[in-house]
Write a protein that binds this ligand. Structure first.
Ligand code: SF4
Length: 221
């Protein structure tokens, strides 16, 4: 069973899978506490906000309502309602849940899976799941980055506003073991010009990638 805040189909706007039609499965609950979080409505699991799958399916605006759904039902829902064959499990912080069953079920049904996580919990998924870690350091929730999450990452996506962010990322890459083939993507914060220039310089210097948030330019969800 998972607590689902939202489920919808769109185009993945950032990172390695940019442009890929995807079903986004947004799970409820996150203790990380990022000040700039744009999904604060997913933080708390309020029992009085529990609702039905039908209401979640029809959701048109952000809210803290959620439904508890068996993993098999989620997969059937995606098979019946959507054409995308890539599923992005996000939050909230999806890694507060054991995601082995849902990712294995999706894969068995012909989907590929991607997890977007803050790196503050162990990542418990199928082996084939693509793991995108966007490490959240020194947030209000007081959680540390987990070595297991960093070593499991296929992709590390890091928002950059100033040189300090690049320094923090370099320190993280020194501190933790990461896969040799990990893809590091820098994301200019709020598409600011100086941040973009800094990202491009650092990408060229380190052979990293620029992760442009295309959905923000296109103004899609
Ligand atoms: S980890 Fe994600 S959902 Fe949680 S507070 Fe940070 S940005 Fe928001």
């Amino acid at each position: 069973m998972l607590k689902v805040n939202e489920i919808f189909e769109t185009i993945q706007g950032e990172g390695v899978f940019t442009g890929v039609p995807s079903v986004f499965l947004r799970l409820q609950g996150c203790p990380v506490g990022c000040a700039w979080c744009d999904t604060k409505h997913t933080w708390e699991v309020n029992l009085d906000q529990q609702t039905s799958l039908e209401s979640i399916r029809d959701k048109r605006t952000e809210s803290d309502s959620w439904c508890q759904v068996p993993t098999g039902t989620i997969v059937e829902e995606c098979q019946q309602r959507y054409t995308a064959k890539h599923v992005v499990i996000t939050g909230g912080e999806p890694c507060i849940y054991d995601l082995r069953e849902i990712t294995a079920r999706f894969e068995k049904s012909g989907f590929t899976c991607q997890i977007e996580t803050s790196g503050t919990f162990d990542v418990v998924t199928s082996d084939r799941t693509w793991v995108t870690v966007s490490p959240k350091l020194d947030m209000k929730g007081g959680l540390d980055i987990k070595a297991q999450a960093m070593s499991r990452a296929n992709e590390i996506k890091y928002p950059v506003g100033t040189q300090k962010d690049i320094d923090n990322l370099e320190a993280l890459l020194q501190e933790f073991d990461v896969r040799q083939d990990v893809i590091v993507g820098l994301q200019p914060i709020s598409q600011r010009r100086r941040a973009t220039e800094l990202c491009i310089e650092s990408c060229i210097k380190n052979n990293w990638r620029l992760s442009v948030q295309t959905h923000k330019y296109l103004q899609i969800a």
